[in-house]
Design a protein around this ligand. Sequence first.
Ligand code: FSX
Ligand code: SF4
Ligand code: F3S
Length: 388
Amino acid sequence: MNNNIEALENHESLYALEDRLGISRRNFLQMCSAMAATMGLSGEAAAAMAEAVASKKRPSVIWLQFQECTGCTESMLRAEHPTLEKLILDVISLDYHETLMAAAGHQAEAARKAAMAANKGKYILVIEGATPTKENGIYCKIGGKTAIELTKECAADAAAVIAIGSCASWGGMPSTTPNPTGASATHEILGKPVVTIPGCPPNPYNFLSTVVHFLTFGKLPELDEKGRPKFAYGRLIHENCERRPHFDAGRFAMQFGDEGHRKGYCLYKLGCKGPETYANCPAILFGDVGNASWPVGTGHPCIGCTEKGIGFQKPIHALAELKSVKPPLGYPRIVEENGKGVSFAAAAALAAITGVAAGAGVMMAKNLGADVKTDLDETPKKSEKEGA
Ligand code: FSX
Ligand code: SF4
Ligand code: F3S
């Protein structure tokens, strides 16, 4: 194994990968460094991940879709960043996926069975969507089988089961009260824990990082008691939110479109569930379109879409329970306009260099990218400064 990620740049396998992915070796290595940093792993791990992606046999993936909106698949494949889509499809061998495969009907069923037989005990089963359990599961059938039957059949010989999205992780939107179909989570169907990557939709980086970890080290990343990778769901959104200084200073938007809202104040009083929702949304953002590309960044309160009992259950306007009021590691400056976009790679790499959590790295990167321009309304007046 090559421990040095820079030394890998001229490795033969990376030239082949460059052609396969259509991205430069340097960009690819940067992404691996970012992934490792996000997972709290070392530079050596980043090198191992790069080597694994470049040279190891891609794990076969059987992807089933039940009660859902296909947003999980869309978020992976319609990412604004074409590299991400290519990387995901390069890292895995997507052998069965109803939306994406060309085959239909009996051919599709045959492809699923052939891939499962050829990769017995080694394939990854991904479940997208909740599983209806009422009336023996008749509300979702594929190829004549209920979602319950398909889940059990496909999980029997899988090396790992990943429930992607909130629907598969804990029931999500289809399980909203009164839950007429008995929409349930994958682990409830199997009666055992599975990896969960909640979010509606989930962040594709969290899926990619989990799969690359599995490919590289032959095991899953560390999970919490809900099956969530700790690297992605270990912190409250509120801990890494760029509006947090406003929360701490008592500056809140009180209505959509009011002055506070326009100034980027905290959305807590509009029902933001960041204080009771665990996810890395503010740290890794969505779609690689730069600064603020996550719900709160765009001015909408977090609805707690990753969290059972909050997303699609608690009314959007209801106030969040404050789970932690500890001061964060560092604060972004509040007097500046939004900075230039910060890429996931830059933020995570910065986190790695500085040795802080990826979320804090993002906040630091945002500050570094910010224009040094003050908002006059926020600058203390001379008389205030002097305490007059
Ligand atoms: Fe949709 Fe997925 Fe939401 Fe569910 O994501 S984005 S309804 S979590 O299963 O497709
Ligand atoms: Fe950010 Fe929401 Fe927390 Fe306010 S309440 S700091 S908007 S996460
Ligand atoms: Fe969902 Fe909140 Fe993140 S709504 S996408 S958990 S910011």
